[in-house]
Design a protein around this ligand. Structure first.
Ligand SMILES: O=C(O)[C@@H](CO)OP(=O)(O)O
Length: 247
């Protein structure tokens, strides 16, 4: 069995190097192209899908739509769920990562970006960005909605969703494409590869590159790889890691 994960293409806030989290920003022109490239890559390598999953955030939804259009698969069923959203970056949302590193130090920014269980500073409950106050989340149980999340918190919502919902489709033989975000994908990577809290700190997911996981019938992970030119992928991962460096 295969599961294909894809981080959305570059967003406008990735381009500006801003902490994004649950801020609902659009793709940049480069991001739209990355999505089309991913679609062409998947099609060219003979991939096909029966069902797709994505988050409530338009950079992921729009990426999926471009991929499906490119693959002539715009008709496929798509399930959207907030549990696949990016990690909630709390009060850091909207701040420039390099400027934040200048102000608080690169080490602190690395802790906020990549530590396992440290939460960034939380939004105030009366902040209009509180998801409890946003239309997008009006049907979600209020107590489930965060004001800031660590990777550990993100894992606590992503993995049960994978186990209880996505895995069922895979068990029925459906080929699944999941389009999500840097840190919701890191949650899955840690789980599938059984990485330690230290090991996951060094994992950075590039935008718009399909990441394939293969499993045996007992759901043991047997192989995983990115599709495409490995040296370009390495460079793009490094670029993501370096977004937290002071200018
Ligand atoms: O800002 C964010 O929401 C994420 C993904 O773009 O960033 P980071 O790589 O710093 O976790």
């Amino acid at each position: 069995m295969k599961l294909v994960l894809l981080r959305h293409g570059e967003s406008e806030w990735n381009r500006l190097n801003l902490f994004t989290g649950w801020t609902d920003v659009i793709l940049s022109n480069k991001g739209i192209k990355e999505a089309a490239d991913a679609g062409n890559m998947l099609k060219g390598k003979g991939y096909d899908f029966d069902i797709c999953y994505t988050s409530f955030l338009k950079r992921a939804v729009d990426t999926l739509n471009v991929v499906l259009d490119t693959m002539d698969r715009a008709w496929l069923p798509v399930v959207k769920n907030w549990k696949l959203n990016e990690r909630h970056y709390g009060a850091l949302q909207g701040l420039n990562k390099a400027e934040t590193a200048e102000k608080y130090g690169e080490e602190q920014v690395k802790i906020w970006r990549r530590s396992f269980d440290v939460r960034p500073p939380a939004l105030e409950p009366d902040d209009p960005r509180n998801p409890q106050l946003q239309e997008q989340y009006r049907n979600v149980e209020k107590s489930e909605l965060p004001l800031a999340e660590s990777l550990k918190d993100t894992i606590a919502r992503v993995i049960p969703y994978y186990e209880n919902v996505i895995k069922k489709d895979m068990l029925e033989g459906k080929r699944v494409l999941l389009v999500a975000h840097g840190n919701s994908i890191r949650a899955l990577v840690k789980y599938f590869e059984n990485l330690s809290e230290d090991e996951i700190m060094g994992v950075n997911i590039p935008t718009g590159i399909p990441l394939v996981y293969e499993f045996d019938d007992d759901f043991n992970m047997t192989d995983h790889y990115y599709l495409g030119d490995q040296s370009i992928i390495e460079t793009r991962m490094k670029k993501v890691a370096e977004q937290g460096k002071a200018k």
